[in-house]
Design a protein around this ligand. Structure first.
Ligand code: NAD
Length: 488
C-alpha cells in the first residue's frame, strides 16, 4: 500500500522513488516507504489549502473537533502494541520506552481534545452599553508540521493535536529515518472521520520533501522541531511570506548538583538525565555542574554506575539503553568526544564502541563521561545528542547560575539541593523554558514546553501550545448605530 497521504488518498511519489528503513539496532529491513519529492509536497500543500478554504473542518464546532481528537486517543491506545513496536523498530529505542510514549501521545490528544472545546473566545467588557465586543479564536490556516526522529510520534502528536483542535489543516513531514508511526497515525485520523485534505503526509528528506513547506505562499504556519541549523534555515525561508513560525530546537541542558543534594537521588537522576534514550533527548541533562566539595565522590559513583549500563536492542528486556539512530549520527557523537578530549577533557568511562557480535550490525555507543570540562570548551557548548556527559565544577550559587546560563541554548535543566529557598532562587535565575527541582525529565501536557534563547521560539503543549495554532479576531458590534457627525 502506498505511503503518501494527500487529499484523502494514499499514493506513491510522483517519481516513484522509495526509501529503505532499517532498524538501528541490527540493520534489519523494517520496510520500504515512498519517498516524496518537492512536487508531491506542493500537491499536499494545495490539498491542505483547499480543505482549509472550502472544507468543513475550520468551521466545524470546536466541541466536535475535540470529540474527534478524543476518538483518536482511544484508537491510539487500541493500537498501542503495534505503534510501540513500529516506533522501536524505526528508532532502535527500547520497547518499554516506546510504550510509555504511546500513553503520553494518547494523553496529548485527550488534552487538546478537551482544550479545544473549553475556550473558543471571550466577551470584552467595553463599559459601553451600545457595544457588543468579543474576541473569537480562529485557525491560522495551512500548517507545515516538521518533526525529528528521536520521539517521532510524540513530537508529531504535540503538533497534530493542537493544529486539529484549533481547526487548521496541515502537511506533516516526519523525519525520513522514522516514518512508520506517522503513516499509522494518518490511518487513525481517517478512521476517526477526519475530512479529506485536512491531514496530509509527505515522507522524505528535508531538502527535497521538506523545503517547499518553508517558503510556499500557501503555507500559513511552520511548526518545526529539530536541529538549530535547520531551524534557522526554515525561519529565514518563512520570512518571505511572513509565516507564523514555531521552533523547538536543541539544548545543552545544565544539571546542577549542590553539595547538600540527596546523594542517591541526584546520582540516579543524573544518569537518567543524560543516558535516557542514549542521550537522544532534546532536554537531555548532558551538562553536569557539580559543586566542588561533592565533585569527587559524586563523579566516582556516577562513573561506576554509567560503566555498568547494559546496551541492547529494543526487544532485549535486559537492555537499559539502545543504539544511536544512524551511522552518521554515531560518527557525529564520536567526533564530538574526540574534540572534547583534544580540548583537555578527561575520559572517565565509555569513549569507544562496544565490542561483541551483538553490537556489530547496530550503531551502538556506550555511556561516556568527560570530566574536568570548562564552559569555554566546544564540547560543553555544542549539542552532541548522544550518551555523552560533560562535568564541570562550581563553587556556590552565583557561579552555578553563571555557568548554567553560559550557552546559546535555553531549553531545560535541573537543580538538585535539599535547601528549598536556594532551589527557588536558582530556578528563578536560570534562562530555561523548563526547570526541574530534584527531578529530571517529567513533563505534562497541561504545561508549556519550549526554549529560551536559541532553543526555540513559541511553545508546545499547555494553553500557549494551543494559542500557537489560533488567531484571535476581535469582533466589535455597534448595537445602536447612528451618524457620528465628525465630517458633517
Ligand atoms: P534535523 O533538523 O536534522 O531534522 C528535523 C526535521 O527537519 C526532519 O524531518 C528533516 O527531514 C527536516 N528538514 C531538514 N532540512 C529541512 C529543510 N531544509 N526544510 C524542511 N525540512 C527540513 O533534526 P534531527 O536530527 O531530526 O533531530 C534532532 C534535533 O532535534 C536535536 O537538535 C534535538 O535537540 C532537536 N529536538 C528538539 C526538541 C524540542 O522540544 N526542543 C524535541 C526533539 C528534538
Amino acid at each position: 500500500m502506498p505511503d503518501l497521504f494527500i487529499d484523502g488518498t494514499w499514493r506513491s511519489a510522483l517519481d516513484e522513488r522509495t526509501r529503505e528503513i532499517r532498524c538501528p539496532a541490527d540493520g534489519s529491513l523494517v520496510g520500504v516507504v515512498d519517498e516524496a519529492g518537492g512536487k508531491d509536497t506542493v500537491e499536499a500543500i494545495a490539498a491542505a489549502r483547499r480543505a482549509f478554504d472550502e472544507g468543513p473542518w475550520p468551521t466545524t464546532p470546536a466541541a466536535d473537533r475535540g470529540d474527534l481528537l478524543l476518538r483518536v486517543a482511544d484508537l491510539l491506545l487500541r493500537d498501542k502494541d503495534a505503534l510501540a513496536r513500529a516506533e522501536s523498530l524505526d528508532t532502535g529505542k527500547r520497547l518499554v520506552e516506546s510504550e510509555y510514549d504511546i500513553d503520553d501521545i494518547a494523553n496529548c490528544f485527550r488534552y487538546f481534545g478537551r482544550a479545544a472545546a473549553a475556550e473558543t473566545g471571550r466577551v470584552v467588557e467595553t463599559g459601553t452599553a451600545s457595544v457588543d465586543s468579543r474576541v473569537v479564536y480562529e485557525p491560522v490556516g495551512v500548517c507545515a508540521l516538521i518533526t525529528p526522529w528521536n520521539y517521532p510520534l510524540l513530537q508529531t502528536a504535540w503538533k497534530v493535536a493542537p493544529a486539529l483542535a484549533a481547526g487548521n489543516t496541515f502537511v506533516l513531514k516526519p523525519s525520513e529515518l522514522t516514518p512508520h508511526t506517522a503513516i499509522h497515525l494518518m490511518r487513525l485520523l481517517e478512521e476517526a472521520g477526519l475530512p479529506p485534505g485536512v491531514a496530509n503526509l509527505v515522507l522524505g528528506a528535508g531538502p527535497e520533501a521538506g523545503a517547499p513547506l518553508g517558503d510556499h505562499p500557501d503555507v500559513d504556519l511552520v511548526s518545526f522541531t529539530g536541529g538549530l541549523q535547520t531551524g534557522r534555515r526554515l525561519m529565514a525561508a518563512a520570512a518571505g511570506t511572513v509565516k507564523k513560525v514555531a521552533l523547538e530546537l536543541g539544548g545543552k541542558n545544565p544539571n546542577i548538583v549542590f553539595a547538600d543534594a540527596d546523594f542517591e537521588t541526584a546520582v540516579d537522576m543524573a544518569l537518567t538525565a543524560v543516558f535516557l534514550h542514549s542521550g537522544q533527548v532534546c532536554s537531555s541533562g548532558a551538562r553536569l555542574l557539580v559543586e566542588d566539595s561533592l565533585h569527587d565522590r559524586f563523579v566516582d559513583e556516577l562513573v561506576r554506575r554509567a560503566s555498568q549500563i547494559r546496551l541492547g536492542g529494543p526487544f532485549d528486556e535486559r537492555a537499559q539503553s539502545g543504539p544511536l539512530v544512524s551511522a552518521a549520527h554515531r560518527a557525529k557523537v564520536e567526533a564530538y568526544v574526540a574534540k572534547g578530549l583534544a580540548e583537555g577533557a578527561v575520559l572517565r568511562c565509555g569513549g569507544a564502541r562496544p565490542s561483541g557480535p551483538e553490537f556489530e550490525a547496530g550503531f551502538y555507543y556506550p555511556p561516556t563521561v568527560l570530566d574536568e570540562c570548562s564552559s569555554d570548551m566546544s564540547v560543553v557548548q555544542d549539542e552532541s545528542f548522544g550518551p555523552v556527559l560533560t562535568v564541570e565544577r562550581f563553587s556556590g550559587e552565583a557561579e552555578a547560575v553563571r555557568l548554567a546560563n553560559d550557552t546559546i541554548y535555553g531549553l531545560a535543566g535541573a537543580v538538585f539541593t535539599t535547601d528549598e529557598a536556594k532551589a527557588q532562587r536558582v530556578a528563578a535565575r536560570l534562562r530555561l523554558g523548563t526547570v526541574w527541582i530534584n527531578d529530571y525529565h517529567p513533563y505534562v501536557p497541561q504545561a508549556e514546553w519550549g526554549g529560551f534563547k536559541q532553543s526555540g521560539f513559541g511553545r508546545e503543549l499547555g494553553p500557549s501550545g494551543l494559542a500557537e495554532y489560533r488567531e484571535a479576531k476581535h469582533i466589535w458590534r455597534n448595537t445602536n448605530p447612528s451618524p457620528q457627525g465628525w465630517f458633517a
